[in-house]
Design a protein around this ligand. Sequence first.
Ligand SMILES: *[C@@H]1O[C@H](CO)[C@@H](O)[C@H](O)[C@H]1NC(C)=O
Ligand SMILES: *[C@@H]1O[C@H](CO)[C@@H](O)[C@H](O)[C@H]1NC(C)=O
Ligand SMILES: CC(=O)N[C@H]1CO[C@H](CO)[C@@H](O)[C@@H]1O
Length: 484
Amino acid sequence: MASFNLVKATVLCFLIQGSLLSVDSAIGVNWGTRSSHKLPPPVMVDLLKENRIGKVKLFEAEADILRALMGSGIEVMVGIPNELLGVFGSSAAAADQWISQNVSRFMVKGGADIRYIAVGNEPFLTSYQGQFQSLVLPALVNLQQSLTKANLAGFIKLVVPCNADAYQSASVPSQGTFRPELTQIMTQIVSFLNSNGSPFMVNIYPFLSLYQSSDFPQDYAFFEGSSHPVVDGQNVYYNAFDGNFDTLVAALNKIGYGQMPIAIGEVGWPSDGAPNANVSAARAFIQGLVNHVLSNKGTPLRPGVPPVDIYLFSLVDEDQKSILPGNFERHWGIFSFDGQAKYPLNLGLGNDLLKNAKDVPYLPSRWCIANPSLDPSAVTNHVKIACNAADCTTLFYGGSCNTIGAKGNISYAFNSYYQLQKQDFRSCDFDGLGMITFLDPSIGDCHFLVGISDNSSPFGSSNFCASWIMTLWILTYLKILNSL
Ligand SMILES: *[C@@H]1O[C@H](CO)[C@@H](O)[C@H](O)[C@H]1NC(C)=O
Ligand SMILES: *[C@@H]1O[C@H](CO)[C@@H](O)[C@H](O)[C@H]1NC(C)=O
Ligand SMILES: CC(=O)N[C@H]1CO[C@H](CO)[C@@H](O)[C@@H]1O
């Protein structure tokens, strides 16, 4: 009987823990995985739990991540990449199969709590030149049928995360309309989403407005009031987020869906890689946003009605993202790649500050730097190769490592490459121009990283052997062995 009670108590404990987690807050995070230094999914899920983050948005339906989220009580959005929209629109069987293998499979007792499926990711982005435009609705229709067949339609909602470039206004928010070539398609899609009880999902980035336009008033991007408010009849806008949001409300209103609930799929501020992308700006923006949302003030066109959900972009930095838009692309995380908080932040979820990831499987504390005796002009090619593979975005104008000097640049590039190669000692050779050090070469705000091991233990077998050989080699090199 005692053991039975123990079991009951344990179950109860988990139930309570689960319900504590799902404090009903609108705030969630995007969890992207374009990273060469990935924390193991269970460590990431612990990070979410420690920070009481109860909602997470994925860009795909990665099985290892969903497995780690099972039983966590965290609500999940899985994503379908744009490239699959065509297949699901033309084949009901393909849609059925995807739902069954990537969704139903995890929706078991004690499984993953999948609430949304994002159908495409910003499929109407202007730069895609319409290639996905006509594929969204047929995919929605088939996937909705698949959900119905799987008995999940009452529980899981389909959404289409749109970039804010789907709508525009020549002047003030109340003049908002969808882009003319999208009006018809948006009307059909919004009508479909509305009939299934789904919100409209949009990604809003005041940072990009500021980055792309030199005359964008800086204070209008934040939430501390603006000396350049936008006056729209009786309504006055003091921040770009509200202005953008209400432009969408106006656009929805013009196609007959002015009451459609709106969710924010992505919103955030990068901490590195551009002059306006720094830690203090990122903190100010995100804290301002969270406070604004939690105040339940809403916007002038939707007073007292905050967005249904808000997914911050993003949880951790991703060093393999394309830098076509800019070097800041790899620095959107509220945590760095290794789950360490970049700045103090109160998400309004119960903790006053962010908590760092625990049990991070770091590689050993060692770095690759430029041999002090080298001639910097001899390494241009090595640096190019290193930075093509690894991340060097902090070295450029506006980045946290932009002022560490010519030799510092080389060391930084060498180290990024060495860590990318999991500290394989051959990757620090660079024709004899690189050397390994046990002293952290970080300078001021410029942080020289130590990578993360693929194995969850820092002494995984092959890695341990490599470390041992490495140590012997260095000891020999330093002639310490001779004196022992
Ligand atoms: C950080 O960005 C903010 C906002 O754009 C800017 O005002 C500030 O000067 C930047 N800080 C630094 C140290 O570059
Ligand atoms: C370091 O590299 C960056 C990026 O190429 C460059 O902007 C900066 O001027 C370099 N610093 C020196 C001292 O060469
Ligand atoms: C992202 C992901 O894990 N997708 C899986 C979905 O299901 C298909 C099979 O239909 C797998 O091949 C994918 O890997």
